[in-house]
Design a protein around this ligand. Sequence first.
Ligand code: CU
Length: 423
Amino acid sequence: MTTTMFSSLARQAGRLWALGLAAGLALTMAAIGPADAHGEKSQAAFLRMRTLNWYDLKWSKTNVTVNEEYEITGKLYLMNSWPAAIELPNQCFLNTGQPGAMAARLGVWVGGTFTPRSMRLEVGKTYAFRVLLKARRPGHWHTHVQLSVKTGGPIPGPGQYIDIKGNFSDYRDDVKLLNGTTVDIETYGEGKIILWHLVWIIAGIAWILYWFNKRGFIGRFAWVASGKAEEVITPQERVVGAITLVAVLLVVIIFYAITVSSYPNTIPLQAGDFRNIQAIENGVNSGPITIKYVNGTYKVPGRELVANFKITNDGKEPLRIGEFNTAGLRFLNPDVYTAKVEYPDYLLADRGLSLSDNSPIAPGETKDIAVTIQDARWDTERLSGLAYDVDSSFAGVLFFFSPSGARYPMEVGGAVIPTFMPV
Ligand SMILES: [Cu+2]
């Protein structure tokens, strides 16, 4: 009596729980909105600051219509402060980071080489890149270039919103084949893809249902595992298994042969890494400047990094510090950047950099300069996380400017002492 009551109660509770689960799932699904960003801020501060430095980024257009081409160009510097936790970029891949296939990637070039596959890049070198895209799905999409590094994952560069107008149904992706014909790879072979998926889905369902009616997979597995295979497997089941095996093999072999004979000239998917990618000569650290990082502090409440440097100008022209760039964020010195800069607003602190001594460093002169980099974007872009790292270090690129218009990017970085109390 008590057992029946208990089991009926348990059944009721089980049903309620399942119903609640289903309702909860339905509610969360209904509440899902379109994804706005895609997690670039979630990567650790040290990873974004100390691996790659993206600069001179240009998005050729930010308003396009479906089928229109646009490109992202810029320079990519692989920093000397590359963290030990990430494997060296011996195998990496330049791609775009966007919320799905919103644009087709027509081509990507690094150091002037067409690099549709992985490549080896070297730490301490600067590479020019170009990514050619074609607008596909209408919408308002945050688009990044990103470098996927083996064991390090994708490391995104700065993002820009691209607005795509028009109709998705107008999208075409025509590709000229080696035999001279042109196909639209957006829809090419779609009918066959659907047909073959259906064939195998139906075969799979039939297979599962057949065994499900024969005590199911787990029950049978337990029998076989306990050495009772002969008792549980009937001769009829053996015949069904053998016929299925032969039928599946025959279907695969026959249709594979038909496909091969209808498309005699095919090449395999191309693999293999690119080597000897050309770096640029006048990249980061090529300036006539010696920089010694003395020490620094990071004020967590003030979102302020103060770094003390001893800087020697080994060149022939006076030099001024105009910018600090890290993790795609640009902190500008308003005394040097007097005109408006085109750059995504969330990454541009146009008054974010100030100096203890704003006068230029004369040729041959060595100066002690405190660089203050202060902006709320330290926090909104979650770089303040550096204060909680095992080696609280910052890194980035300082840009020096000469009166004749020369610009010298120089890598800087080092350990900082975080302060948590307002002072
Ligand atoms: Cu984004």
